[in-house]
Ligand binder design. Structure first.
Ligand SMILES: Cc1cc2nc3c(=O)[nH]c(=O)nc-3n(C[C@H](O)[C@H](O)[C@H](O)COP(=O)(O)OP(=O)(O)OC[C@H]3O[C@@H](n4cnc5c(N)ncnc54)[C@H](O)[C@@H]3O)c2cc1C
Length: 416
């Protein structure tokens, strides 16, 4: 069995190893000068390679087409991923939120582990080699009996089966340029609309620029389309020169990405999520009572990080010079409202170059969920991010890459 794997990212590397171990003659084609450029930058250079949660949570973390992954996830679970790396000599650790990292905190060690396994399994790696076209062998109305790959440098090679593991469109500099979508369309397969996801938000209100670099650890956010609640969670976020980012916002983007292409949405921040409105009002009254003759501007910092105080003063609409005992109930309620429901306008998403993943891709309707093989093109498989699959942060996207890779490798070699 001659297998060609296109793309030396997470999915392509894992698929090559597992297929070669089972006796396939594997050629791995990577257009970059090295393997795993994106894997290297994952998890801020630490590589959150999977999540040690239970299967229910694993599936619930997938935002597009979770049902499609049922069989692949059970066929190569998060435990199987951990066992794979540990058996190859990489020590792992589990952090907050069940996120799994290498004990060394170095994504380079994950990559080296895969490269060693690739070598041991006898995979032939072709770097600097771009696959430009996949041509089926056989007449136009026949099922293909193999494929010719047109490579950069005017070469052509034959393969009995092809795995397309070319990734999505995010972080183009790592090699993800959407080639897999083109290959799919050449075979008449449907590719769903793509957009950046797990990506920061652009915000209209100019004051966010003043907060650039400020990180808030305990904040609750809601994203709404009119009255419709699209996302709600609690955690950490960050103000940037263009808007907002951080784990909470990235997660929000995976739910709102497609809608944001059509319209603006509202983001509401609760800066005091541990307190009810009544409790917060009591706290404000206590603080005001102790500082009756001080100016409002000097009391506000007792509620917030220093950077936030001037913005909150302005947002409340209360004169900064006003003595606290002169503040009316209505003004106090406005101040409280700003803290519990700071309103920001999300005008759009940042681009693919800041997006952790691509939402959309080769339609899973075209693909057999147990094998990753195209229903109408025997021998052609799609694995990893090129498929219309995506999950929230936490190691779930790499789990998608590993599991879909394993499903295809198992199939092409007749079981593992
Ligand atoms: C900054 C960042 C941080 C991330 N952190 C995490 C994390 O900690 N945990 C997590 O689970 N996920 C994380 N992700 C997401 C994760 O990296 C991806 O989901 C995963 O890499 C997808 O793997 P893949 O193999 O499908 O695609 P990729 O890793 O993108 O690999 C595709 C490969 O195919 C090659 N290629 C493309 N076209 C061709 C062609 N025509 N010929 C030859 N080669 C080609 C590319 O050069 C590339 O090497 C992160 C993503 C980013 C951008």
């Amino acid at each position: 069995m001659k297998l060609a794997v296109i793309g030396g990212g997470a999915a392509g590397m894992m698929a090559s190893i597992l297929a070669a171990r089972q006796g396939a003659d594997v050629d791995l084609y990577e257009k970059n000068e090295k393997l795993g450029k994106k894997l290297y930058i994952t998890g801020k250079g630490r590589c959150n390679l999977t999540n040690a949660c239970d299967m229910e949570e694993l599936l619930a973390s997938v935002k597009s087409n979770p049902k499609f992954l049922y069989s692949a996830f059970y066929g190569f679970t998060n435990q199987d991923v951990m066992d794979f790396f540990e058996q190859e000599g990489l020590k792992l650790k589990v952090e907050r939120g069940n996120r799994v990292f290498p004990q060394s905190d170095r994504s380079a060690d994950v990559l080296d582990t895969l490269k060693r396994a690739i070598k041991k399994a006898g995979v032939q790696v072709h770097l600097h080699t771009e696959v430009q076209k996949i041509q089926p062998v056989g007449g136009p109305d026949q099922k293909p009996s193999g494929f010719f790959l047109k490579l950069s440098g005017d070469k052509s090679v034959y393969a009995d089966a092809v795995f397309v593991a070319t990734g999505g469109l995010s972080y183009e500099s790592t090699g993800s340029t959407g080639d897999g979508y083109r290959f799919a369309e050449d075979f008449g397969l449907k590719v769903t609309d793509c957009c950046p996801s797990l990506v920061p938000f652009n915000i209209r209100e100019p004051f966010v620029k003043e907060l650039q670099g400020l990180s808030l650890k305990n904040v609750a956010v809601q994203v709404k389309d009119g009255k419709k609640l699209l996302f709600e969670d609690f955690g950490e976020m960050l103000f940037t020169h263009f808007g907002v980012s951080g784990p909470l916002i990235l997660s929000a983007s995976s739910v709102c990405a497609k809608r944001l292409r059509e319209k603006e949405l509202k983001l509401y921040l609760d800066l005091k999520p541990a307190l009810t409105r009544e409790q917060l009002d009591a706290r404000i009254l206590r603080e005001f009572d102790e500082s009756k003759n001080r100016q409002f501007r000097n009391v506000v910092p007792s509620f917030f990080p220093a950077r936030l105080a001037p913005v909150m003063t302005e947002q409340s609409g209360i004169s900064p010079d006003k003595r606290v005992h002169e503040i009316t109930k209505e003004e106090r309620m406005r101040f409280l409202h700003c803290m519990k429901e700071m309103e920001l306008t999300v005008t759009g998403l940042r681009g693919y170059n800041e997006a952790v993943i691509t939402k959309g891709g080769v339609s899973v309707r075209e693909i057999d969920p147990g094998t990753m093989e195209c229903k109408n093109v025997p021998g052609l498989y799609f694995i990893g991010e090129v498929l219309d699959l995506d999950a929230v942060t936490g190691g779930f996207n790499l789990q998608i890459a590993w599991s879909t890779a394993a499903a295809a490798a198992r199939t092409v070699t007749g079981g593992m």
